[in-house]
Design a protein around this ligand. Structure first.
Ligand code: HPA
Length: 319
Protein backbone atom coordinates (compact mmCIF):
# COMPACT_ATOMS: atom_id res chain seq x y z
CA UNK A 1 0.00 0.00 0.00
CA UNK A 2 1.25 3.53 -0.68
CA UNK A 3 0.13 7.08 0.04
CA UNK A 4 1.19 10.42 -1.41
CA UNK A 5 3.63 12.60 0.44
CA UNK A 6 3.51 16.42 0.44
CA UNK A 7 5.38 16.57 -2.88
CA UNK A 8 2.96 14.15 -4.50
CA UNK A 9 5.46 11.28 -4.48
CA UNK A 10 4.17 7.84 -3.60
CA UNK A 11 5.55 6.61 -0.28
CA UNK A 12 4.82 3.86 2.21
CA UNK A 13 2.40 4.87 4.98
CA UNK A 14 3.88 5.44 8.42
CA UNK A 15 3.86 2.47 10.73
CA UNK A 16 1.93 2.63 13.94
CA UNK A 17 3.61 4.61 16.67
CA UNK A 18 5.23 2.81 19.57
CA UNK A 19 3.17 0.11 21.17
CA UNK A 20 2.11 0.75 24.73
CA UNK A 21 4.05 -1.45 27.07
CA UNK A 22 3.82 -1.89 30.76
CA UNK A 23 6.80 -0.39 32.55
CA UNK A 24 7.75 -0.09 36.17
CA UNK A 25 8.53 3.28 37.59
CA UNK A 26 11.05 3.69 40.39
CA UNK A 27 9.03 6.39 42.02
CA UNK A 28 11.04 9.27 40.53
CA UNK A 29 9.32 9.03 37.21
CA UNK A 30 12.27 7.10 35.81
CA UNK A 31 10.87 4.16 33.92
CA UNK A 32 12.65 0.88 33.55
CA UNK A 33 12.10 -2.86 33.63
CA UNK A 34 12.84 -4.63 36.88
CA UNK A 35 15.22 -7.60 36.99
CA UNK A 36 12.19 -9.81 37.57
CA UNK A 37 10.40 -8.56 34.44
CA UNK A 38 13.49 -9.27 32.36
CA UNK A 39 13.78 -12.69 33.95
CA UNK A 40 10.20 -13.35 32.92
CA UNK A 41 11.06 -12.53 29.31
CA UNK A 42 14.13 -14.79 29.43
CA UNK A 43 12.16 -17.63 30.99
CA UNK A 44 9.47 -17.29 28.32
CA UNK A 45 12.14 -17.59 25.62
CA UNK A 46 13.70 -20.62 27.30
CA UNK A 47 10.37 -22.41 27.09
CA UNK A 48 10.28 -21.76 23.32
CA UNK A 49 13.61 -23.33 22.40
CA UNK A 50 16.06 -25.97 23.54
CA UNK A 51 18.99 -23.87 22.36
CA UNK A 52 21.06 -22.39 25.18
CA UNK A 53 23.00 -19.63 23.40
CA UNK A 54 26.49 -18.60 24.50
CA UNK A 55 26.96 -15.95 21.82
CA UNK A 56 24.49 -13.19 20.98
CA UNK A 57 24.69 -11.49 17.59
CA UNK A 58 23.01 -8.23 16.69
CA UNK A 59 22.36 -8.15 12.95
CA UNK A 60 22.04 -4.49 12.02
CA UNK A 61 20.98 -2.77 8.82
CA UNK A 62 24.07 -3.95 7.00
CA UNK A 63 23.64 -7.53 8.17
CA UNK A 64 20.29 -8.77 7.04
CA UNK A 65 17.87 -7.09 9.38
CA UNK A 66 15.96 -6.14 6.24
CA UNK A 67 16.30 -9.22 4.10
CA UNK A 68 16.24 -12.91 4.77
CA UNK A 69 17.69 -15.00 1.98
CA UNK A 70 21.37 -15.59 2.41
CA UNK A 71 21.73 -13.44 5.50
CA UNK A 72 23.66 -14.68 8.52
CA UNK A 73 20.47 -15.19 10.53
CA UNK A 74 19.06 -17.19 7.63
CA UNK A 75 21.92 -19.68 7.77
CA UNK A 76 21.51 -20.49 11.46
CA UNK A 77 20.66 -24.19 11.75
CA UNK A 78 18.07 -25.81 14.07
CA UNK A 79 16.53 -22.36 13.97
CA UNK A 80 13.71 -21.26 16.20
CA UNK A 81 12.45 -17.85 15.11
CA UNK A 82 10.51 -15.79 17.59
CA UNK A 83 9.03 -12.49 16.32
CA UNK A 84 9.42 -9.61 18.75
CA UNK A 85 5.63 -9.14 18.77
CA UNK A 86 5.24 -12.58 20.35
CA UNK A 87 7.62 -11.90 23.23
CA UNK A 88 5.85 -10.43 26.26
CA UNK A 89 7.04 -6.92 27.16
CA UNK A 90 9.52 -6.85 24.29
CA UNK A 91 9.72 -3.70 22.16
CA UNK A 92 8.81 -4.13 18.50
CA UNK A 93 10.69 -2.87 15.51
CA UNK A 94 9.09 0.24 14.04
CA UNK A 95 11.53 0.56 11.14
CA UNK A 96 9.77 -0.26 7.91
CA UNK A 97 11.06 -3.52 6.48
CA UNK A 98 12.98 -4.73 9.54
CA UNK A 99 12.32 -8.37 10.36
CA UNK A 100 12.14 -7.95 14.10
CA UNK A 101 12.78 -11.42 15.40
CA UNK A 102 15.09 -13.43 17.60
CA UNK A 103 16.67 -16.43 15.90
CA UNK A 104 17.87 -19.19 18.20
CA UNK A 105 20.00 -21.94 16.70
CA UNK A 106 23.52 -22.97 15.81
CA UNK A 107 26.29 -21.53 13.73
CA UNK A 108 28.46 -24.58 13.15
CA UNK A 109 28.33 -26.26 16.54
CA UNK A 110 27.96 -23.07 18.54
CA UNK A 111 24.57 -22.25 20.10
CA UNK A 112 23.69 -18.64 19.31
CA UNK A 113 20.87 -16.17 19.43
CA UNK A 114 20.68 -13.50 16.74
CA UNK A 115 18.64 -10.34 16.83
CA UNK A 116 17.42 -9.76 13.32
CA UNK A 117 16.74 -6.08 13.68
CA UNK A 118 17.56 -3.93 16.70
CA UNK A 119 15.89 -1.02 18.48
CA UNK A 120 17.08 2.49 17.80
CA UNK A 121 16.82 5.70 19.77
CA UNK A 122 15.40 7.43 16.70
CA UNK A 123 12.42 5.09 16.75
CA UNK A 124 11.39 6.79 19.97
CA UNK A 125 12.66 4.22 22.43
CA UNK A 126 14.68 5.42 25.40
CA UNK A 127 18.20 3.99 25.49
CA UNK A 128 17.47 1.56 28.32
CA UNK A 129 14.70 0.05 26.20
CA UNK A 130 16.91 -0.15 23.11
CA UNK A 131 19.26 -2.23 25.27
CA UNK A 132 16.67 -4.43 26.93
CA UNK A 133 17.50 -7.43 24.68
CA UNK A 134 21.12 -7.33 25.87
CA UNK A 135 20.07 -7.94 29.46
CA UNK A 136 17.68 -10.63 28.31
CA UNK A 137 20.59 -12.27 26.47
CA UNK A 138 22.61 -12.16 29.68
CA UNK A 139 19.79 -13.90 31.54
CA UNK A 140 19.67 -16.52 28.77
CA UNK A 141 23.30 -17.35 29.52
CA UNK A 142 24.96 -15.44 26.68
CA UNK A 143 28.63 -14.69 27.44
CA UNK A 144 29.64 -12.79 24.32
CA UNK A 145 27.94 -10.02 22.37
CA UNK A 146 28.79 -9.51 18.71
CA UNK A 147 27.34 -6.16 17.70
CA UNK A 148 27.32 -5.38 14.01
CA UNK A 149 26.20 -2.18 12.35
CA UNK A 150 26.24 -0.14 9.18
CA UNK A 151 28.27 3.03 9.46
CA UNK A 152 29.42 6.01 7.48
CA UNK A 153 33.17 6.08 6.92
CA UNK A 154 34.71 9.27 8.19
CA UNK A 155 38.32 8.15 8.01
CA UNK A 156 39.36 9.26 4.50
CA UNK A 157 41.21 5.99 3.88
CA UNK A 158 38.00 3.96 4.30
CA UNK A 159 36.12 2.76 1.24
CA UNK A 160 32.55 1.66 0.79
CA UNK A 161 32.30 -2.04 1.62
CA UNK A 162 35.19 -2.01 4.12
CA UNK A 163 34.77 -3.77 7.46
CA UNK A 164 35.88 -1.93 10.57
CA UNK A 165 36.75 -3.88 13.70
CA UNK A 166 35.69 -1.51 16.46
CA UNK A 167 38.62 -0.78 18.78
CA UNK A 168 36.73 1.71 20.90
CA UNK A 169 33.83 4.11 20.87
CA UNK A 170 33.02 7.67 21.85
CA UNK A 171 29.72 7.85 23.71
CA UNK A 172 28.53 11.19 22.37
CA UNK A 173 24.98 10.70 23.58
CA UNK A 174 26.47 10.05 27.01
CA UNK A 175 28.30 13.39 26.82
CA UNK A 176 24.85 14.93 26.49
CA UNK A 177 23.64 13.08 29.58
CA UNK A 178 21.87 10.19 27.91
CA UNK A 179 23.01 6.75 29.02
CA UNK A 180 21.25 3.35 29.15
CA UNK A 181 22.50 2.81 32.72
CA UNK A 182 20.87 5.97 34.04
CA UNK A 183 18.53 5.48 36.97
CA UNK A 184 18.71 3.12 39.92
CA UNK A 185 21.40 0.47 39.51
CA UNK A 186 20.56 -3.20 40.00
CA UNK A 187 23.75 -4.84 41.27
CA UNK A 188 22.52 -8.18 39.97
CA UNK A 189 23.43 -6.90 36.51
CA UNK A 190 26.57 -4.99 37.43
CA UNK A 191 28.22 -2.17 39.37
CA UNK A 192 27.01 1.42 39.62
CA UNK A 193 30.16 2.76 37.99
CA UNK A 194 31.35 0.23 35.43
CA UNK A 195 34.74 0.73 33.78
CA UNK A 196 34.72 1.14 30.02
CA UNK A 197 38.42 1.13 29.11
CA UNK A 198 38.24 -2.49 27.98
CA UNK A 199 34.93 -2.25 26.17
CA UNK A 200 35.94 -4.14 23.01
CA UNK A 201 37.70 -7.39 23.88
CA UNK A 202 41.36 -7.33 22.92
CA UNK A 203 41.64 -11.08 22.36
CA UNK A 204 38.63 -11.03 20.01
CA UNK A 205 40.12 -8.17 18.03
CA UNK A 206 43.35 -10.09 17.58
CA UNK A 207 41.42 -13.16 16.44
CA UNK A 208 39.31 -11.05 14.07
CA UNK A 209 42.44 -9.73 12.39
CA UNK A 210 43.94 -13.21 12.11
CA UNK A 211 40.76 -14.65 10.61
CA UNK A 212 40.50 -11.72 8.19
CA UNK A 213 43.99 -12.51 6.99
CA UNK A 214 43.13 -16.18 6.53
CA UNK A 215 40.05 -15.23 4.51
CA UNK A 216 42.16 -12.81 2.45
CA UNK A 217 40.19 -9.82 3.65
CA UNK A 218 43.30 -7.78 4.51
CA UNK A 219 42.50 -5.20 1.88
CA UNK A 220 39.07 -4.39 3.33
CA UNK A 221 39.55 -4.90 7.05
CA UNK A 222 40.14 -1.79 9.19
CA UNK A 223 40.27 -0.94 12.85
CA UNK A 224 38.83 2.23 14.25
CA UNK A 225 36.72 4.33 16.57
CA UNK A 226 32.96 4.33 16.27
CA UNK A 227 30.47 6.85 17.49
CA UNK A 228 26.69 6.81 17.67
CA UNK A 229 24.44 9.78 17.06
CA UNK A 230 20.76 9.72 17.89
CA UNK A 231 19.60 10.11 14.30
CA UNK A 232 17.43 9.69 12.31
CA UNK A 233 18.91 12.42 10.11
CA UNK A 234 22.35 11.93 8.68
CA UNK A 235 24.99 14.43 9.78
CA UNK A 236 25.75 17.93 8.57
CA UNK A 237 29.13 18.69 7.06
CA UNK A 238 30.10 20.72 10.15
CA UNK A 239 29.11 17.88 12.47
CA UNK A 240 31.19 15.40 10.51
CA UNK A 241 34.18 17.73 10.50
CA UNK A 242 33.89 18.00 14.26
CA UNK A 243 33.70 14.23 14.69
CA UNK A 244 36.76 13.81 12.49
CA UNK A 245 38.68 16.24 14.68
CA UNK A 246 37.97 14.23 17.82
CA UNK A 247 39.21 11.02 16.23
CA UNK A 248 36.06 9.26 15.03
CA UNK A 249 36.56 6.84 12.12
CA UNK A 250 32.98 5.69 11.57
CA UNK A 251 29.55 7.11 12.44
CA UNK A 252 26.31 5.25 13.04
CA UNK A 253 23.08 5.29 15.03
CA UNK A 254 23.45 2.27 17.30
CA UNK A 255 25.78 -0.08 19.16
CA UNK A 256 27.42 2.23 21.74
CA UNK A 257 24.64 1.94 24.34
CA UNK A 258 24.29 -1.79 23.67
CA UNK A 259 27.98 -2.28 24.33
CA UNK A 260 27.78 -0.24 27.54
CA UNK A 261 24.88 -2.41 28.73
CA UNK A 262 26.73 -5.61 27.80
CA UNK A 263 29.92 -4.54 29.57
CA UNK A 264 27.93 -3.50 32.63
CA UNK A 265 26.72 -7.10 32.99
CA UNK A 266 30.18 -8.46 32.19
CA UNK A 267 29.62 -9.78 28.71
CA UNK A 268 32.60 -9.86 26.38
CA UNK A 269 32.09 -7.66 23.34
CA UNK A 270 33.11 -7.65 19.71
CA UNK A 271 32.03 -4.82 17.40
CA UNK A 272 32.06 -4.74 13.62
CA UNK A 273 30.99 -1.90 11.32
CA UNK A 274 30.25 -2.28 7.65
CA UNK A 275 31.19 0.96 5.94
CA UNK A 276 28.20 1.62 3.73
CA UNK A 277 28.92 5.20 2.64
CA UNK A 278 31.63 7.80 2.71
CA UNK A 279 30.76 10.68 5.02
CA UNK A 280 30.61 13.92 3.09
CA UNK A 281 32.81 16.57 4.69
CA UNK A 282 32.82 18.98 1.78
CA UNK A 283 30.11 21.47 0.73
CA UNK A 284 30.94 21.11 -2.97
CA UNK A 285 29.90 17.45 -3.11
CA UNK A 286 26.56 16.89 -4.87
CA UNK A 287 25.77 13.47 -3.36
CA UNK A 288 23.61 13.00 -0.26
CA UNK A 289 23.67 10.16 2.28
CA UNK A 290 20.69 7.83 1.99
CA UNK A 291 19.35 4.66 3.53
CA UNK A 292 19.05 2.72 0.25
CA UNK A 293 22.79 2.92 -0.18
CA UNK A 294 23.25 1.46 3.31
CA UNK A 295 21.07 -1.51 2.43
CA UNK A 296 22.64 -2.03 -1.01
CA UNK A 297 26.14 -2.25 0.42
CA UNK A 298 24.88 -4.67 3.08
CA UNK A 299 23.52 -6.92 0.36
CA UNK A 300 26.72 -6.64 -1.62
CA UNK A 301 28.74 -7.82 1.36
CA UNK A 302 26.33 -10.39 2.75
CA UNK A 303 28.14 -13.56 1.65
CA UNK A 304 31.45 -12.32 2.89
CA UNK A 305 30.00 -11.11 6.20
CA UNK A 306 28.21 -14.39 6.73
CA UNK A 307 31.43 -16.34 6.24
CA UNK A 308 33.49 -13.98 8.38
CA UNK A 309 31.05 -13.82 11.31
CA UNK A 310 30.52 -17.62 11.25
CA UNK A 311 34.27 -18.15 11.48
CA UNK A 312 34.55 -15.62 14.28
CA UNK A 313 31.75 -17.32 16.22
CA UNK A 314 33.66 -20.59 15.94
CA UNK A 315 36.95 -19.01 17.07
CA UNK A 316 35.39 -16.93 19.87
CA UNK A 317 33.64 -19.98 21.30
CA UNK A 318 37.06 -21.50 21.96
CA UNK A 319 38.39 -18.63 24.11
N1 HPA B 1 25.76 8.32 9.46
C1 HPA B 1 25.05 7.78 10.47
N2 HPA B 1 24.63 6.52 10.45
C2 HPA B 1 24.91 5.77 9.37
C3 HPA B 1 25.64 6.28 8.30
C4 HPA B 1 26.07 7.62 8.33
O1 HPA B 1 26.72 8.14 7.41
N3 HPA B 1 25.74 5.27 7.39
C5 HPA B 1 25.12 4.20 7.90
N4 HPA B 1 24.61 4.49 9.12
Amino acid sequence: MSVQNMNGTKVKPAKETLPEVEVESNGNGHKMYSYEMLEEIANFLLTKTNIRPIIGIICGSGMGSYWKDGSLADTITDAERIPYEEIPNFPTSTVEGHHGQLVFGRLGEVPVVAMQGRFHYYEGYPLWKCCLPIRVMKLLGVKTLMATNAAGGLNPSYKIGDLMIVTDHINLMGFAGNNPLQGPNDERFGPRFPPMNKAYNYEYRKIAKKVAKELKLDNIIREGIYTCLGGPNFETVAELRMLKMVGVDAVGMSTVHEVITARHCDMKVFGLSLITNECITNYEVEAEANHEEVLDVGKMRQDLLREYISRLVHEFSKV
